[in-house]
Design a protein around this ligand. Structure first.
Ligand code: GDP
Ligand code: ZN
Length: 308
């Protein structure tokens, strides 16, 4: 019996890495006991598995999935309760954002952060394409870097074009499994290619008409860094949503709001309309950033769709 890690999954076949051996294609035999939800796929990238080599001596047969440290899911497109496991055993996540080309809204950033908090996955914000920024973009970025650093999220600026700050990012990624996300066209593939030139991921020319990129990535796939560690490229940020979260607990995932909420007059304060709300008071005193509170209320009131 061998042990390995799932690098890629396409339908019924899985690419598995085992030590320093060449990747092995594996299949699943038998049924696996699933967790408390109905997943359409029993195994996802990042899963650690046990397998043996079949008598044909080419394919592996997966017999066991080891307990996951965490996993992220998305709801299947149909209306059933089925979910798809996107990835497992994630150490940290990077949200790649751009102030322009394309615009990333703060609601989008905060929705991602709240989801990551719900999954207990640390977030690093990387502001890319600074070579293209106007003075106004630079000011806006600095403002956001201040806001997010103050509440404990590491925030870095980057130009994959000029290789600025790339070494710092390599240090953060080394020996970890990192999920990377962000709008199409922000430079995810370009960044991964810079970090690991051998990978040659397809990059998309962004269409200037709408400042949005074209979708190329469709399946979650894990790429191995030669300097140690993995990066998981996710097909769409929307998939990494707040699917498991009750509206009433949303504020738990806005860490500075959660912290101050202990001082609200009502224990079940929603921080929207109640008197004696310590959160609203903190916003009026600029202790909590207006944009963060705006994201909270937008998501709470389900009005954030237009901020995508
Ligand atoms: P993805 O959809 O997030 O994977 O984005 P891509 O990596 O395909 O990048 C979209 C476009 O932005 C490509 O044309 C890249 O060359 C370009 N790009 C990526 N990073 C930068 C950067 O830092 N500066 C500039 N000027 N262009 C960049
Ligand atoms: Zn309150």
């Amino acid at each position: 019996m061998k042990e390995g890690i799932i690098i890629k999954s396409t339908g019924n076949l899985y690419t598995v890495k085992c030590g320093n051996e060449p990747y092995i294609t594996c299949r699943i035999k038998g049924k696996f006991r699933l967790e408390d939800f109905q997943a359409t796929n029993p195994v996802a990238v990042g899963d650690k598995v046990a397998f043996y080599i079949d008598i044909d001596e080419k394919t592996g047969i997966i017999t066991e999935i080891f307990e996951r440290k965490n996993h992220i899911i998305r709801k299947s497109t149909n209306l059933s309760k089925q979910t798809q496991i996107l990835a497992a055993n994630i150490d940290q996540s990077i949200l790649l954002v751009t102030m322009d080309f394309p615009v990333t809204s703060t609601v989008f950033i905060d929705r991602f952060i709240a989801s990551a908090e719900a999954y207990n996955i640390p977030v690093i914000l990387i502001f890319n394409k600074i070579d293209l920024y106007s003075d106004k973009n630079m000011d806006e970025m600095q403002n956001l870097i201040n806001i997010y650093s103050n509440i404990g999220y590491q925030s870095i600026s980057l130009s994959t074009k000029n290789q600025e700050n790339l070494d710092e990012i390599k240090i953060l990624l080394k020996d970890k499994t990192t999920l990377i996300s962000g709008h199409s066209g922000v430079g995810k593939s370009t960044l991964i290619n810079r970090l690991e030139p051998g990978l040659n991921l397809k990059t998309a020319e962004i269409s200037t008409a709408h400042n949005t990129g074209k979708h190329i990535t469709t399946f979650a796939e894990m790429h191995e860094f030669s300097f140690g560690g993995y990066i998981i490229d996710t097909p769409g940020i929307r998939g990494f949503g707040l699917t498991m979260m009750e509206k009433e607990e949303l504020y738990h995932f806005f860490r500075e709001i959660f912290e101050i909420s202990a001082k609200c007059q009502y224990y079940n304060c929603t921080h929207i309309h109640e008197p004696g709300c310590a959160v609203k008071e903190a916003v009026s005193k600029n202790i909590i950033a207006e944009s963060r509170y705006h994201s909270y209320t937008s998501i709470y009131l389900n009005k954030d769709e237009k901020y995508r």
